[in-house]
Design a protein around this ligand. Structure first.
Ligand SMILES: C[S@@+](CC[C@H](N)C(=O)[O-])C[C@H]1O[C@@H](n2cnc3c(N)ncnc32)[C@H](O)[C@@H]1O
Length: 243
């Protein structure tokens, strides 16, 4: 299962570099663009994800990692819902710098480290929960991403993947895709100064596996009890699986 294929990238290495550089360019305006373009619904999607994994979060000894944490919005939402420490990782330095600022301003207890989600510096079976919000779609190899998530989870550990998907209702899908392809790149470009980033977004969603396919890929990567639900008419989907 291949991963993201930004225009011009010839292989996985180039795809990963393109993604890393692109997020580096938009990091300073990422939150503003995010909240604006989603009409703030992105906050609900993350809050819902936290609710779905709260049983793990309530265990003080649980080890939790949010990969592709970006500026830290899911990380902070997870941190607010738990007793122990939550860790966040990302391979884009400017995004992590923004995350560190937010963690410090909120007085949150969260650890951050720079790492590629396809090669995490975490030993096998170390984690109870691994989460990823809007980062998985950007990986250069989806199968490798799932296998790495499973590797670092202990047996019984939970993976949660929150990601854009394609709305199942055809009428809604066409309206949404018009917005995503025609309107979103203009607003995102104006806010962030980087139109290519927001042209990439709908394109990467269009090429991303449908929710059912991602669920199947999770099973193939060794996850059990795989389930998914559509959020907000299927603009996003939350996948859960147990290692
Ligand atoms: C759309 S942002 C999402 C950030 C955050 N999780 C959120 O909910 O807003 C995607 C993030 O994934 C990161 N990312 C993409 N590919 C990655 C990889 N292979 N390893 C680590 N981080 C990656 C990017 O650097 C970026 O910060």
């Amino acid at each position: 299962m291949r991963g993201t294929t930004p225009q011009g990238a010839r292989d996985e290495r180039e795809a990963a570099r393109w993604v890393q550089a692109m997020f580096g360019r938009v990091a300073h305006r990422y939150d503003l663009a995010n909240h604006l373009l989603s009409f703030n619904v992105d906050r609900y999607w993350r809050a819902h994800t936290v609710r779905r994994v709260r049983d793990v979060l309530r265990k003080p000894e649980a080890r939790v990692l949010d990969i592709c944490c970006g500026t830290g919005d899911l990380l902070l939402a997870l941190e607010a819902g738990r007793l122990g420490i939550v860790f966040g990782s990302d391979f884009c330095h400017p995004m992590l710098v923004a995350a560190r600022g937010k963690v410090q301003r909120r007085g949150a207890r969260a650890g951050l480290f720079e790492a590629d989600a396809l090669a995490l510096p975490v030993r096998d079976g170390a984690l109870d929960l691994i989460t990823v919000a809007f980062g998985f779609r950007n990986l250069a190899n989806y199968r490798a991403g799932l296998e790495e998530m499973r590797r670092v989870l202990r047996p019984g550990g939970v993976a949660a993947i929150l990601e854009f998907t394609r709305p199942p209702n055809r009428a809604f899908r066409s309206v949404y895709e018009y917005y995503a392809r025609r309107v979103l790149p203009w607003i995102g470009g104006a806010v962030s100064g980087s139109r290519d980033a927001y042209a990439y977004l709908p394109e990467s969603v269009r090429k991303f596996p449908e929710a059912g396919e991602l669920g199947e890929a999770m099973r193939q990567a060794g996850f059990a009890a795989v389930e998914y639900e559509f959020l907000t008419f299927g603009i996003t989907a939350l996948h859960l699986g147990t290692a």
